[in-house]
Design a protein around this ligand. Sequence first.
Ligand SMILES: Nc1nc2c(c(=O)[nH]1)N[C@H]1C(S)=C(S)[C@@H](COP(=O)(O)OP(=O)(O)OC[C@H]3O[C@@H](n4cnc5c(N)ncnc54)[C@H](O)[C@@H]3O)O[C@H]1N2
Ligand code: MOO
Length: 393
Amino acid sequence: MSALLGLEEAQARLLALAPVLPLENVPVEAMLGRYPAEDVRAARTQPPADLSAMDGYALAPGNGPWALVGESRAGSPFGNALTAGQCVRISTGAVVPDGATCVLLQEDAAMADGRVTASAIPDHGRHIRRRGFDFRASDVVLARGTRMTAGHIALALAAGHRQLAAARPVRVAVMDSGDELAPDPANCAPHQIPASNGAMIAAMLAPVGCEVLRLGPIGDDMAALAAALAQAENADILITSGGASVGDHDLIKPALGQWGAQTAFWKVAIKPGKPLLVATRGAQVVLGLPGNPVSSFVTAFLFALPLVRAAMGSPDPLPRSITLPAAQPLPAVGKRREFLRAVSDGQGVRLAGSQDSSALTALALANCLIDRPAGAPAASLGEALRVFPLQNG
Ligand SMILES: Nc1nc2c(c(=O)[nH]1)N[C@H]1C(S)=C(S)[C@@H](COP(=O)(O)OP(=O)(O)OC[C@H]3O[C@@H](n4cnc5c(N)ncnc54)[C@H](O)[C@@H]3O)O[C@H]1N2
Ligand code: MOO
C-alpha cells in the first residue's frame, strides 16, 4: 500500500503545480470574483476637489447674514471665489468654492431678500469632503491578487480604470465515470444511480469564475474514457470523479496513463477522500476525485477549488477555518483526519446527519465541515472545534 500524504503537504504539492495562465485585459465591470494580476494604482484623486457632503449653503467666514451670490451644483461649479459675508447655494457632491469654509444645512438656514441666516453656525470645515481624502493619484487602491467584490469594482472605476489585467479564466474539464451512472436522473434503472458528482463539482466551481466543460458520465471502458479524455485536450485542469480506488473496474488511472498523464501522488490521509489522485500531463493538472459523492465534495473543497483559485491568481487559495464550540459530543477519530458534515448556527456546531461518504441528505444540510485531527479522542460538549464554513472556501 502506498503511504498516505498529510493534508497540508498534499495541498502544497498540488498548488505548486497550479497552471500559470496568460494575462488578458478585463473590463472592470466583468472583474467580479477575479484577481487583478498587478497592484492597481489610482489614476486620479478622489474627491477631485473639496465637495459638499450636504445640500445647503457654502459659507464664507462670518456670523451672517450672508449675501447669496450664486449656486454650485454637482457637475456645474460656481466659477468664482467667495469673499467675506458671501454664500452660494450648494448641492451634495458639488464643488465648494474657494473662500467658503463650511456648509450650512438647508434645514438650519433661512433665506429672505437674497440673504441667508443660520440658526447655528457650522464649525470650520463642516460638511466638506476634502480633496483626496478617499485616495490620491498613484495610491495603490487594490493589491495584486485581491478577489474582486462589488466594492472593489466601484473603487477601481472611481480610480480611473476601464479595465484590469487578470489571468484568463481557467479551463476546467469535469468528467464523471462509472458503469452504474445514469445520465438522466428521471430514467434510472434499478441497477443504476443518477450521475450527480459532475454537476455538483461544476456548481462548486461556478463562483470561482472558471470555464467548465462537462464530460460524461462515461462508462468503465478504456475506449470510451480515451474518447472523453481527448475532449479535455485544451483544459488547464481536468477533474475526474470515480474510479480512483482499487477495484477491478477502476480504470481512471490506466486511462489517464494512456492519455499521457503521470501520477504526482495518490492517496491522502483524510476521511472521506483518501483515494485522491493528482497527475500532470505537460502543464495540465489532473485531479482524480473519489467517486463517493461526499468524498468528491470534500476533495473538491479542499483541493480542486484551491487549485482553480490559485490558477486564477489568488495568492491565498486555501479555505479558511473558524473555531466553534461543539453543540454535541463527537466520537473519537481513527487514523485519517476527518471532515465531518455539520451545521453551524454561528454559536455552535453539530453533525448534519449520517457521516457515510455516500450520504447526500447530510451533505445537503451541511453548511460547514468540522476538521477532526487523526487520532483525536472523543470531543465533549462545548469543546472548541476547527470548522470550515462551506460558503467562504
Ligand atoms: N478494497 C477497497 N475498497 C475501497 C477502498 C479501499 O481503500 N480499498 N477505498 C474506498 C474509498 S475510501 C472510496 S472514497 C471509494 C472511492 O472509490 P472510487 O473513486 O473508485 O469510486 P467508485 O468506485 O467509482 O464510486 C464509489 C461510489 O460513488 C458512486 N459514484 C461514483 N461516481 C458518481 C457520480 N458521478 N455521481 C454519483 N455517484 C457516483 C458510485 O456509484 C459508488 O457507489 O472506494 C472505496 N473502496
Ligand atoms: O475516503 Mo472514502 O472517500 O472514505 O469514502
